[in-house]
Ligand binder design. Structure first.
Ligand SMILES: Nc1ncnc2c1ncn2[C@@H]1O[C@H](COP(=O)(O)OP(=O)(O)O)[C@@H](O)[C@H]1O
Ligand SMILES: [Mg+2]
Length: 888
């Protein structure tokens, strides 16, 4: 036998078996059984037990209701789904009714305390068609109301997954809804694992196409989905419906947020795969996974949370359309040129809170009074911003294009901006009229609604004020009337208001006083009149609170009805914030406006690495880069630590910044739009990720070769490093040849390598150019000049670097001798023989070339990967070499 409450608990639990059920019990939320153990562990609260009848006990862990938010955050953060069962009937003699009112998961949290200001929190759905060559993806952020969907088509499952992965790595959803998709076994398992997204599933019938379509039509109240641009995208329709169906089950109140679904195509944006996003450290560093040291940290001068989110979204999605890019650049230019305007705009934006999330909470019925005052404050500032823009008229953008054209775009921008800053005067007026200047923090206390807004409320407050004044005056009145100077009127929780008379004056107590309590030296009384006023006061307080809550809800729903306009304003402010931030950065860090075109060349003069220039201790040395069909592939050689990787990333980052519409760290830049940036960073640079395996490196290289186009930018840093020297060199060589020769590829490439032999390629293939990092070795030490110059590095300086690293003098000297010997013996690089003979013969030829010197010491020296040696290893190897040399 179990208790009725236990049965109720089990019944509720069975509705969401995969969730932790928090069961409201008086002032606590309790978790039982296995849930209790999890709650106790994750939230660090005591694990106890509770009887459930028949001398049986079950584990129990409870958290107090008033601080439940923090515990919810911990549970959700740990990847759990939490169902919250509230008491829905008044506690009486029998069992209280309970009902699950919401399920909170990583993707459906809306509490400000559980969200990060400048990050979106996406709940995404991913669905495939039966063949696996089409995938739909839809995502929403219920804290902002953003909802979008697209369909991705590949030639087969692998390609679809690949493109889906690129999209997911941009969105970084915290929760993924799927149906009939085994994530664990898919090619995306590692990515999804690294996102730490929780995966939730939905029943297949809910996302069958017909059901999905009607789900969307019902939700948006439309007869056809054509207006959303989803007619050609059945998988997108299914994915969008999956989001709706999931929310319906988990957080029905959030559905009101999703007022439209935006369709988009991934083709509008530059493709960046997950490893490129990581390698370029767009939003976090590779090493610490921290934002500090990442590109966004240098770039983010936004002043509002919605601006911060928009900037991050842009950063992950560079554009391809020159007109759209120029539109952004014009806006930035306008704010760069007009310093006054920029300053004023930024002053107006500074400290504006999260309008986007406030309005979301308001229309979800979850708002607190301070959310409304936040909105009021922003709405109050918006007209001033509009006025600023209008009176500035924005100076003509002095871009490189025709002046009148630039003027046209500045005007267009201004108009576009003004459309996006609606003045929302009705909402503002409502808020000013209805909400007190400093309303109470929660809905549990009166003092939210401003006097004058509601006659009924004012009447209640007036009456209660009269009663309060009467009670307040009573003490003086009675003291005089009865001539008892020590008479007191007081209040306590048990008797309410009372009159206290000390025993010395007991004789003067009038008849109408009713004795209530006896103290040692005094008596406490009440009178019918006092009780009458008391009940007026208490009633009034209760009625006042109830009415204020009701009025507050009404104000919220009125605002909710005009939420569209306020959301539009929020978007406009975000946009303006991002433009102003870009302008600020451009000036502060001396960025220039890039010229964007559809050509095939990238020409950067005086380019800098935006992050390294901020963090490095030595002055940053700018460099030029020119990639074009004639100089398609750069082979960059130079010693370790000389600046190769920095230079390569700098080219990629400048290109990316240009395509998000930002100014760039360079003296000048002309960027032919690129469709993708690929980066492959050699194994040693990524050792710490525990992914040093050669296999991973080759998979990524394969991906590049299979997907790059003539419009892509390839950054290859030390590929082939993860294997033995000869393998590595051979692969690097073949990869460069392939990029150069295969007609569908021919992508602009910068290739940094420590294989000097690769520089021979420039003599053989016309569109390959050598560059090297200049080094000054005229003194004793090698000085890195950080200048990128045409031509090959004449030597690797590995020995010098070894010296700088503190290898013993003797070892360095001996290594120098050996090196000289090697160079003198003219050990032929592979290049001389490689491309003379194709196919099998070539292989043999290479082997001959590679092993031309048959002295075992030389052979073993050649097999040495100097870059990968620790000083101690190097020493040991030298001893071995010495022995080899002696022994033959
Ligand atoms: N152009 C530059 N100006 C100033 N310092 C630079 C420059 N390029 C690189 N550096 C510094 O040199 C360090 C090593 O550069 P890196 O690009 O990693 O060298 P490599 O790839 O050749 O081993 C960087 O961390 C940076 O501090
Ligand atoms: Mg490097």
């Amino acid at each position: 036998m179990t208790t009725p409450m236990r049965r109720q608990y089990l019944q509720l639990k069975s509705q969401h078996p995969d969730c932790i059920l928090l069961f409201r019990l008086g002032d606590f939320y309790e978790a039982f059984d296995g849930d209790a153990e999890i709650v106790a562990r994750v939230c660090d609260v005591a694990l106890t037990s509770r009887p459930v009848g028949n001398s049986q006990r079950v584990p129990l862990a409870g958290v107090p209701y008033h601080s439940v938010e923090g515990y919810l955050a911990q549970l959700v953060e740990a990847g759990h789904k939490v169902a919250v069962a509230e008491q829905v009937s008044e506690p009486g003699s029998g069992l209280v009714d309970r009902e699950i009112q919401q399920v909170i998961t990583k993707g459906t949290v809306a509490e400000p305390s559980m969200l990060i200001d400048d990050r979106n929190n996406y709940l995404a759905a991913v669905l495939f068609n039966a063949r696996g060559n089409e995938a739909g993806i839809a995502y929403c952020d219920i804290s902002t109301g953003e909802f979008a969907a697209t369909q991705i088509n590949g030639s087969d499952l692998a390609e679809t997954e690949q493109r889906l992965g690129e999209e997911l790595s941009h969105l970084r959803p915290s929760e993924l809804i799927t149906s009939e998709w085994n994530v664990e076994e898919s090619g995306l398992a590692p990515l999804i694992g690294s996102l730490q997204a929780i995966v939730s599933s939905i029943e297949a019938w809910q996302v069958a196409f017909d059901t999905a379509r009607s789900t969307l039509q019902r939700h948006f109240g439309v007869r056809s989905l054509d207006g959303f641009g989803l007619q050609e995208s059945p998988q997108a329709v299914r994915a969008a419906a999956a989001v709706l169906a999931y929310l319906q089950e988990m957080q029905p109140s959030a559905l009101s947020q999703l007022v439209r679904v935006q369709s988009y195509t991934v083709d509008e944006f530059m493709v960046l795969d997950d490893s490129t996003r990581r390698n370029l450290e767009l939003t976090e560093t590779i090493r610490g996974a921290e934002e500090r040291g990442s590109l966004v940290r240098v770039l983010d001068e936004t002043l509002t949370p919605m601006g911060g989110r928009l900037l991050r979204s842009w950063l992950g999605r560079p554009l391809l359309d020159t007109a759209l890019i120029n539109e952004r650049l014009n806006a930035v230019q306008g704010l760069v040129d007009e310093s006054n305007l920029r300053g004023q705009v930024r002053d107006a934006l500074r400290g504006m809170g999260d309008l986007e999330r406030w309005i979301a909470r308001i229309s979800q019925g979850k708002a607190l009074p301070r959310d409304l005052t936040g909105v009021r404050e922003v709405l109050g500032r918006a007209p001033g911003l509009r006025q600023l823009l209008i009176s500035s008229g924005l100076a003509p953008a002095s871009g490189p294009e025709d002046q009148s054209e630039a003027q046209g775009s500045a005007d267009a921008f201004l108009k576009q901006m003004l459309d996006r800053l609606p003045d929302c005067s009705l909402s503002l007026e409502l808020l000013e009229r209805a909400i007190d200047d400093e309303p109470s923090a929660t809905l549990a206390n009166p003092g939210i609604i401003r006097p004058g807004y509601s006659e009924e409320l004012d009447a209640i407050v007036d009456n209660s004020r009269y009663a309060k004044e009467w009670v307040a005056a009573l003490e003086q009145v009675e003291r005089t009337r009865l001539n008892i100077p020590s008479l007191k009127v007081g209040y306590n929780k048990v008797f309410g208001y009372y009159i206290e008379v000390r025993n010395t004056h007991a004789g003067k107590v009038p008849q109408e006083y009713i004795r209530k309590q006896t103290l040692t030296s005094a008596e406490r009384y009440i009178t019918p009149e006092l009780k009458e006023y008391e009940s007026q006061i208490l009633n009034a307080d209760e009625r006042r609170l109830a009415l204020e809550q009701q009025l507050f809800r009404r104000v919220c729903s009125e605002l909710g009805a005009r939420a569209d306009e306020i959301r539009c304003l929020a978007e406009g402010l975000a946009l303006l914030d991002v433009y102003a931030s870009m302008a600020e950065v451009a000036l502060k860090r001396r960025y220039c406006r890039p010229e964007i075109n559809d050509g095939a060349a990238i020409t950067i003069t005086g380019g800098r690495h935006p992050v390294v220039e901020m963090t490095s201790e030595e002055p940053f040395v700018p460099n030029d880069a020119h990639l074009s069909p004639g100089e398609l592939i750069h082979i960059l050689t130079g010693p370790n630590m000389s600046g190769k990787s920095t230079f390569l990333r700098q080219t990629a980052l400048i290109t990316l910044l240009a395509q998000i519409g930002s100014f760039v760290p360079a003296a000048s830049a002309r960027i032919g739009v690129v469709d993708r940036i690929f980066t492959r960073i050699g194994a040693s640079d990524e050792l710490h990720r525990g992914q040093s395996t050669f296999m991973v490196e080759m998979i990524e290289t394969a991906n590049i070769l299979n997907h790059a186009t003539g419009r892509s930018l390839l950054i290859l840093d030390e590929i082939g490093r993860g294997t033995s020297t000869y393998d590595g060199l051979a692969i690097a060589w073949a990869v460069v040849e392939h990029i150069h020769n295969s007609p569908s590829l021919r992508a602009k490439t910068q290739f940094a390598t420590h294989y000097h032999e690769l520089t021979d390629l420039a003599d053989r293939l016309p569109q390959i150019v050598n560059y090297n990092v200049a080094v000054d070795d005229s003194g004793d030490d090698v000085v890195f000049l950080r200048r990128i110059l045409p031509g090959r590095a004449d030597r690797s300086y590995g020995v010098h670097v070894a010296q700088m690293a503190g290898l013993p003098r003797g070892v360095v000297r001996r290594a120098g001798e050996i090196l000289l010997d090697l160079e003198a013996s003219g050990a032929a690089g592979p290049a001389t023989l490689l491309d003379q003979t194709p196919g099998r013969k070539q292989k043999e030829a290479m082997q001959v070339g590679l092993f031309a010197d048959d002295h075992p010491a030389v052979e073993s020296l050649r097999a040495l990967d100097v870059d990968a040696l620790s000083p101690l290893d190097a020493l040991n190897r030298l001893y071995e070499l010495r022995q080899l040399a002696d022994s033959s």
